[in-house]
Write a protein that binds this ligand. Structure first.
Ligand code: ARG
Length: 560
């Protein structure tokens, strides 16, 4: 039952559509005043009366019924109280019946969303800087799927550029197939770093690197064999991390995939008169839009990052016919996205409006941030392993007899990292702290996972929840129910705002009200109806928290 919709249907305001009215209705932060509220100042213009008067008139005209038990005017707000037991009973019923599907919807039926995320660079270490794009993108995929959209998750691999020529030069001088196969990304990083040190002294190496890159592009067998080896090693390494993080992709079409798809784009740009030649390079002038030019071809005719992104966007539109195409990429690339979205618009692609740069902030470790070139990077794998080890130690201390400690430590450690990265509004920079993400108190994953384990132990102790008809509800119980009822809206807003942190925050809210209820209300109590009711609440909390964590890519644990 959508009470907000019901209220909107029941009120009649001339000159205002039901949809607009629905949009005005709010959920007050404090349920004392009411469960829903209509701020009447939003109606003052249409109704041409002061808000206080509007609220009073609407309240007088309103008749309570089996769903809405009261409607009162307070300071220009119209406050509605719903029939709480009716709401509580039908919600619990709905959650227990829906199970894994609670919170899902089909608002996306027939629509496709492409999500470009993680998009790692081949032969470079998978470092903590990729954490956000990977977990935000993956959560968005799961959220959109949950809402019925068809989702295409794309890993737009950085597998194109002179750095591969450099890598071949370095490989030929200082490495071998055996070494690469044995030490994998560590070896590739070692030689890449060495290349940069040596090339400073011997600039001719850069010419050699350019030649090798050209050979890759021209399809030279030996160079491509090496390039494929670097690619294979990188993908195998990151796959391990993706598996831990519950991350999957539908496509790994990276930058090099567009090698043969760029010249038609360049032709189209020329035909449409958008190309200008400046110092030998082909550019699209964006001065009129307050931006520096978008580079399409260098003076030697080679393509750029933006050229490949334009080709990729056109390819995605043709292949998937998306309704939205999202790019989960750090805010450092704001300008790049603004530029190439503009170029698409200038090319007359009306779907350019459906492209969205989902920007996020930086992650650094407490000790400071890092860069790939210098080689002192913080590998995501190391961060995950450290967190898992630390989680294991905590379990060992708190609950040494727990079965399956390894598996639980994995879920808790990995969950802590994901949750830590998704906890705040995505645009904020985060400083990652092991102790903070692993704490059992405060805004953390272990706290939420522990709450699920707590629900579970109650359920195991109490068994089946029988009938609770006519039970009287107290404030703690109602608080949990009202938070449970918000879940579907939270999932929808998370999709609308491209903000998985809304789901993370929701987990914390639900865990907090549940724990308050758990401490304040004895669940396994004498009164059978009360016990049944509380048990049903506990089951509903377990289902909802599990669904929410699953959307974030986090496992729950039965015991902790
Ligand atoms: N590989 C790029 C990087 O690490 C990110 C690519 C993002 N996706 C895109 N279509 N440009 O910076």
């Amino acid at each position: 039952m959508d009470y907000k919709k019901y209220v909107a249907e029941k009120l009649n305001i001339e000159g205002l559509s039901k949809e607009e009215l629905y949009g005005f209705i709010e959920t007050p932060p404090n349920t004392e005043m009411g469960d829903y509220a209509l701020p009447c100042f939003k109606l003052a213009k249409i109704m041409r009366r002061p808000p206080v008067k509007i609220a009073e008139d609407l309240a007088t005209a309103f008749t309570a019924d089996e769903y809405i038990s009261s409607c009162t005017a307070i300071n220009g707000y119209l406050n509605f109280k719903i029939n709480r037991s009716g709401f509580a009973f039908s919600l619990l019923d709905e959650i227990l019946k829906a199970g894994d599907n609670y919170g899902s919807a089909n608002i996306g039926a027939g629509k496709t969303v492409c999500i470009d995320y993680s998009s790692i660079n081949i032969a470079k270490p998978f470092h903590i800087g990729h954490l956000s794009t990977t977990v935000i993108g993956s959560a968005l995929c799961k959220i959109f799927r949950f809402l019925g959209y068809k989702v295409v998750g794309i890993n737009h691999l950085g597998d194109y550029g002179t750095q591969f020529g450099k890598l071949i030069v370095a490989y030929k001088r200082w490495s071998s197939e055996e070494a690469v196969i044995k030490d994998r990304l560590k070896e590739l990083t070692r030689i890449y770093v060495k290349y940069h040190d040596e090339a400073k002294l011997d600039p001719s190496m850069d010419d050699e690197a350019r030649r090798y890159f050209k050979l890759i592009e021209d399809g030279d067998a030996e160079s491509n064999k090496l390039f494929e080896l670097f690619k294979k090693i990188t993908l195998e390494e990151v796959e391990k991390i993706y598996k831990l993080l519950n991350v999957t992709f539908d496509s790994y079409a990276g930058e090099s995939f567009y090698n043969d798809k760029m010249s038609p784009i360049v032709d189209e740009l020329k035909e449409k008169g958008l190309i200008k030649v400046s110092d030998g390079a082909s550019i699209v002038d964006l001065e009129e839009y307050g931006m520096p030019p978008c580079l399409i071809l260098k003076s030697d005719g080679s393509t750029l990052y933006a050229t490949r992104d334009i080709a990729a966007a056109v390819y995605r539109k043709n292949t998937y016919d998306f309704d939205k195409c999202l790019y989960v990429v750090a805010y450092q690339q704001n300008l790049h996205f603004k530029q190439f979205f503009k170029v698409l618009e200038l090319m007359g692609k009306d779907w350019a409006k459906d492209m969205v740069h989902v920007a996020y902030g930086m992650v650094s470790l407490e000790s400071g941030s890092m860069s790939t070139r210098s080689g002192n990077v913080v590998l995501l794998e190391d961060v995950l392993n450290t967190t898992i080890e630390k989680a294991y130690k905590v379990i060992e201390e708190k609950n040494p007899n727990l079965p399956d400690k390894d598996k639980i430590a994995k879920s808790v450690g990995t969950g802590a990292v994901i949750f830590g990265a998704l906890c705040n509004n995505k645009i904020k920079d985060i400083v990652f702290s092991y102790d903070r993400v692993l704490s059992f108190e405060g805004e953390t994953c272990p706290y939420v996972q522990y709450t699920v384990a707590r629900c579970n132990s109650v359920i195991n102790k109490c068994g089946e929840a029988g009938n609770y008809d006519g039970v009287e509800m107290n404030a703690d119980e109602y608080e949990v129910i009202s938070v449970l009822g918000r879940f579907s809206d939270v999932v929808k807003s998370a999709a609308e705002k491209y903000e998985p942190s809304l789901v993370t925050r929701y987990c914390l809210d639900l865990a907090t009200v549940f724990n308050k209820f758990y401490i304040g209300c004895k669940i396994a109590c004498e009164d059978e109806k009360v016990r049944n009711f509380r048990l049903a609440i506990t089951k509903a909390v377990k289902i909802t928290l599990t669904n929410a964590l699953t959307l974030l890519g986090i496992d729950t644990v039965e015991q902790m």
